[in-house]
Design a protein around this ligand. Structure first.
Ligand code: ADP
Ligand code: MG
Length: 680
């Protein structure tokens, strides 16, 4: 027990290393510096410049503890050219002892101009041994974690590098042919160079990652990702799935009785999906389409094709609200065809759930819509042919694995309303075929976006009143408070109370994440029926809610939201033919990023363009957060470079075909035992 607690506290050296992903020599070797420090030369104190980081060799003149403005150790040091102060706000008696007058130190840090001349706050320092040489290499600074000093990490990495080198484990995994064709630097030399760069190299060039050594590492990293995702793709492709060619009998009738015609983009993706379903290996396709682009009807068509071929089809959404919406829509579309849609969610009574599970197992429920309750234990499909997952990234890894098990030999379609920039799709989604609906249904009134300062909230409230009196409906999204769910809830309740008081003749509803599923569903249903005119909400309404009569979206503290979220929220309106508006209330002063984000959302309506600009702001790390639970993030490769991603993809295909052993060695080096996760 005690040991368990100790392990949970995570304080051993191994725990700390583990947090950095450092276990094997290979992990250490691939742990590359963030930046470098130049300790290869000594600067004269008189030549020190404020703002510049440098190393000095000095003698301690005096050391004293001052108590104002707070307790600190102030050490005066000097070399032949001049003197300066070292200031320590936290210090140990042992340090105090070392910093005695007469001691010779090497001091490294950023110089600043202080009241008493130049000084360094908390410099790194050590006592110089007699005749101690200067390092002849730049000093690497590694990513680390609390309690793990650079000075501890460096020798571990150095030893791992030596051991790996001696054991021949740094051998190049790229075939010579590929290397020379793409003019890539040697792997081992690149690694050694990055861990211990020679002093004549420019720090700026090294840190900008333009050096051939960095380029080699970035190439290898991307290549490993491509290789593993392509392998996962091929492995699934090698499995059998029931061909579901359909007859067109049901899907044709659905198309006939719909009140609209599919857009050209919907027709194209539908053809792609229909063709996949007819094959004897499982479809693994991602259907991307901006909010409101009409993915649901495509999903319905695919499900009907499965049914035509005598199989079951399931559509799963991450929240009950969303799942229920799909259910309603499908049920309404399919009722005239005489087809029943089954519903399974966590909120069903135990008995109903059991009955539904039985119907699914017996195969009498052919088309099923639900939440992850669908893949939970106890639900066995009689003959599942197609599994469709909406907004898959919102499901947890465990649920994705469960789905994988359930649908092992079923065709799989994933839908996403989060547009992904092309390079990201090409890299992180290399294990999927991708279809894109890149066109919105016609006749949508464009959404006008307005930025309004908080001081003008009254005007916004008046606008909500006008819209509701004119028969429209509105959303009011409460500020996101990431630090505290309790505060978030409280704010939502206060906003609700305030708006209800301000708008006595308007029916106001409140929906937030703490409501029980059925309470949530009840509020949403009332909003759908226009019994609630103004829906005050936290971000639970973020994905997929479809109420065409809603024409006004108000987002408070819009500066706190991410671009994807703002875009999703804005997409809740403009779904009918009414003039729609999205009002972003912001609180001044805006930080630089918040300002940039609001400018982007104000100026752009195309989700893909917004995603591309967002990637520029945030980098892929956060962007792809969606998948991070399973997929190692790229640490070195920069996805701005479309040509590079394309080149790497081609090399990956070539290696899998012509040099499978090299491909395997390459994946092992970069992914170790982690490939399994990729397949989730
Ligand atoms: P999303 O892609 O965000 O899931 P939905 O499938 O919810 O979008 O579709 C948004 C709205 O557009 C729905 O009300 C849907 O019925 C409607 N719709 C879908 N396709 C078309 C079309 N081709 N023409 C007109 N309306 C369409
Ligand atoms: Mg949708």
């Amino acid at each position: 027990m005690a040991e368990g607690r100790k392990r949970a506290a995570g304080n051993t050296l191994a725990d700390r290393l583990g947090r950095l992903g450092l276990r094997t020599d290979a992990d250490f070797v691939m742990h590359l510096p963030l930046r470098y420090e130049d300790e290869t030369r000594i600067t004269a104190v008189a030549a020190a410049l404020p703002g510049v980081t440098a190393q000095f060799q000095v003698e301690v003149v005096s050391a004293e503890v001052a108590f104002r403005p707070r307790r600190q150790l102030i050490v005066r040091v000097a070399d032949a050219s001049g003197d300066m102060l070292l200031r320590f706000l936290n210090f140990y008696p042992s340090q105090q002892k070392v910093l005695a007058p007469g001691a010779t130190l090497r001091v490294f840090g950023e110089v600043r101009g202080g009241f008493f001349g130049i000084e360094i706050v908390h410099p790194r320092f050590h006592v110089v041994r007699d005749g101690e040489p200067l390092p002849d290499r730049l000093t690497p600074v590694y990513p680390t974690t609390a309690g793990l000093a650079q000075s501890a990490l460096r020798p571990m990495i150095r030893r791992a590098l030596e051991r790996s080198d001696a054991q021949g484990e740094l051998a190049d995994t790229l075939p010579e042919d590929v290397r020379s064709r793409l003019k890539l630097a040697d792997f081992a030399a690149s690694l050694r160079f990055l861990h211990e760069p020679p002093p004549q190299i420019s720090l700026a060039e090294l840190e900008a990652r333009g050096h051939p050594a960095w380029r080699r590492i970035a190439f290898d990293e991307l290549l490993a990702q491509q290789l593993s995702l392509r392998c996962a793709y091929e492995a699934r492709r090698a499995r059998n799935a029931p061909p579901l060619p359909g007859t067109g009998a049901l899907s044709g009738r659905l198309l006939e009785q719909l009140q609209f015609k599919l857009t050209a983009a919907q027709q194209r993706v539908w053809r792609e999906i229909a063709a996949d379903l007819a094959r004897t290996h499982p479809m693994q396709r991602l259907l991307q389409g901006d909010v409101g682009s009409g993915k649901t009807v495509v999903a319905a068509l695919a499900m009907l094709q499965a049914a035509e071929s005598g199989h079951q089809a399931a559509l799963m959404a991450p929240t009950e609200i969303l799942a229920e919406q799909h259910y309603r829509k499908l049920a309404a579309w399919l009722a005239p065809l005489g087809i029943e849609v089954a519903w399974l969610a966590g909120s069903l009574k135990k008995k109903q759930k059991a009955a539904m599970a039985a119907a699914i197992a017996a195969g009498s429920a052919r088309l099923v819509v639900g939440t992850h309750a669908l893949i939970e234990e106890g639900v066995e499909f009689e003959k599942l042919g197609l599994a469709i997952v909406d907004e898959q990234h919102r499901f947890g890894v465990r649920q994705r694995l469960a789905l994988k098990e359930k649908g092992l030999s079923a065709h799989q379609l994933t839908m996403s309303a989060t547009p992904i920039p092309r390079t990201l799709a090409m890299s992180y989604y290399a294990d999927l075929d991708v279809s894109v609906i890149d066109e919105l249904p016609p006749g949508r009134a464009p959404i006008v976006t307005k930025l309004v300062a908080e001081a003008r909230r009254e005007e916004v409230v008046a606008r909500v009143r006008d819209a509701c009196r004119a028969g429209r409906q509105a959303y009011w999204v409460c500020p996101l408070i990431e630090e505290s769910e309790v505060l978030q809830l409280q704010t939502a309740q206060e906003t609700y109370a305030r708006l209800a008081a301000d708008l006595p003749d308007i029916r106001v509803g409140l929906v937030h994440g703490r409501l029980k599923a059925d309470e949530k569903a009840a509020v949403m249903a009332a909003f759908v029926r226009n019994e609630v005119q103004l829906l005050v909400a936290t971000t639970v309404i973020e994905v997929g809610v479809d109420v065409p009569n809603a024409s006004l979206m108000v987002i408070e503290h819009a500066e706190r939201f991410g671009l994807a979220q703002l875009h999703q929220l804005r997409g809740r309106v403009g779904r009918g033919s009414h003039e729609s508006a999205c009002i972003l209330i912001f609180a001044a002063p805006l930080g630089e990023t918040a300002r940039a984000r609001l400018k982007i959302i104000y100026e752009n309506t195309d989700g893909f363009e917004i995603a591309r600009l967002d990637l520029g702001l945030r980098g892929p790390g956060e962007f792809i957060g969606a998948r991070q639970s399973g997929l190692p993030l790229l640490r070195f490769a920069d996805l701005d470079d479309v040509a590079l991603v394309e080149r790497v993809r081609n090399v990956a295909e070539e290696m899998l075909r012509d040099w499978p052993q090299a491909a395997a060695a390459h994946m092992k080096r970069w992914l170790g035992g982690r490939e399994e996760l990729l397949k989730a």
